[in-house]
Design a protein around this ligand. Structure first.
Ligand code: PLP
Length: 382
């Protein structure tokens, strides 16, 4: 007798993880892969974090911690908001989580019921819609274009059929690297506030910007759920640590969910992350490398034939319109990997509707890899 498979588990894969596996297999076979697919820094955690982790292994018990995170780290996160944005965040509203991924699950469970409708930009980070779907919450796609720098706008929200319970924004965004200006974010926060729509602001790429600094939704409202992480700017993906700043009405519910779902975020990572905020020079050197990589790609990708690129104001991504080169981005990226060893991500991961004509380059790796990749692509498309 066949057992039932739950519908909630039938969500699409996070395609970039599948691409990473294909790139790894080629790496094993040929050893020539250039990784422009992965959305993670190629650098390890900063030295101060590694030193703090070693010390914690000796000095700490490293058992479960408070479900909200260790008080010292929550206090350090509060200080971070003071020094980066000039805002005071009460400790009660800070929860440390298992990556920002853990924060999304808690926030969605605490803030929405099955059947609620949450707007997400397309193209956008695929896990928003996939996590929402797994929880029975309806992701409502906001189809964005270059005209709004692939960001949601009030005009686009006004055009949505039916009511909304939530809106997720990400500035800088994955996969486009585009940003909302401070006034655009403020206008969206006001729009949501006036209509009882919960605003979720994914601020995971803050610190990695190439012009204007990113504004936090907390500068405009206390009612947003702000999600952040040690993964990107702090270069600590595998340490699985993030945090959320919650509105007051969600703090206790999120704590109860965290206690029951995860018990606590990883203890060793929390002790180590205490040092992350003081590793300024090393982290800024990473951002300088991303900036050099970005320049190199923006100059050379058009020479290889990738002429239509999103502005890449932040994060470490360039989103390319490749409709002139293919109508099947998945096949195009697969052939690119097979024929050149350059691994990239097809747009269908981020935009199920139009992604067959787009792809994403990640420039989180070494500058020499970016230079080599563009040379291989120039020869491939010549
Ligand atoms: C926009 C965005 N949000 C969230 C995440 C999840 O990151 P983590 O769970 O490592 O904090 C990612 C990872 O790529 C991302 O790009």
């Amino acid at each position: 007798m066949t057992l039932k498979l739950a519908k909630r588990g039938q969500i699409p894969p996070f395609i970039v993880m599948d691409v990473m596996r294909a790139a790894f297999e080629r790496e094993q076979a040929k050893g020539d892969v250039l990784h422009l697919e992965v959305g993670q820094p190629s650098t390890p955690a900063p030295q101060g974090v590694i030193t703090a982790a070693k010390a914690a292994l000796e000095a700490e018990n490293l058992g479960y911690t408070d479900a909200l995170g260790i008080p010292q780290l929550r206090a350090r996160i509060a200080l971070h908001y003071q020094s980066w944005y000039g805002i005071d965040v009460p400790l009660e509203r800070i929860i440390v989580t298992t990556g920002s991924s853990g924060a999304f699950v808690l926030a969605f469970l605490a803030g929405f019921d099955p059947g609620d409708r949450v707007a997400v930009a397309e193209p956008g980070y695929p896990c928003y819609r996939n996590i929402l779907s797994a929880l029975g919450i309806e992701p409502v796609p906001i189809v964005t274009t270059g005209a709004s720098r692939y960001q949601p706008s009030i005009e686009l929200l006004e055009a949505v059929q039916g009511s909304l319970d939530g809106l997720i924004v990400a500035s800088p965004s994955n996969p486009t690297g585009t940003m909302l200006s401070s006034s655009e974010l403020e206008a969206l926060a006001d729009y949501c506030g006036a209509r009882g729509i919960r605003l979720i602001s994914d601020e995971i790429y803050h610190g990695i910007t190439y012009g204007e600094r990113a504004a936090s939704a907390l500068q405009f409202t206390d009612n947003a759920i702000v999600v952040n992480s040690f993964s990107k700017y702090f270069s600590m993906t595998g340490w699985r640590l993030g945090w959320a700043i919650l509105p007051e009405d969600l703090t206790r519910a999120s704590e109860r969910l965290a206690q029951n779902l995860y018990i606590s975020p990883p203890s060793l990572s929390q002790h180590a992350a205490l040092a992350a905020f003081d590793c300024h020079d090393e982290l800024q050197a990473n951002v300088a490398r991303y900036a050099a990589n970005r320049e190199l790609l923006l100059e050379n990708l058009p020479l290889a034939g990738f002429a239509r690129l999103a502005p890449a104001q932040g994060a470490f991504y360039i989103y390319a319109d490749i409709a002139g080169l293919t109508n099947d981005s998945e096949d195009f990226c697969r052939r690119m990997l097979a024929e050149t060893g350059v691994a990239t991500t097809p747009g269908i991961d981020f935009d199920p509707g139009r992604g067959h004509g787009f792809m994403r380059f990640s420039f989180a790796g070494a500058t020499t890899d970016m230079a080599e990749a563009t040379e291989r692509l120039k020869a491939w498309l010549a």
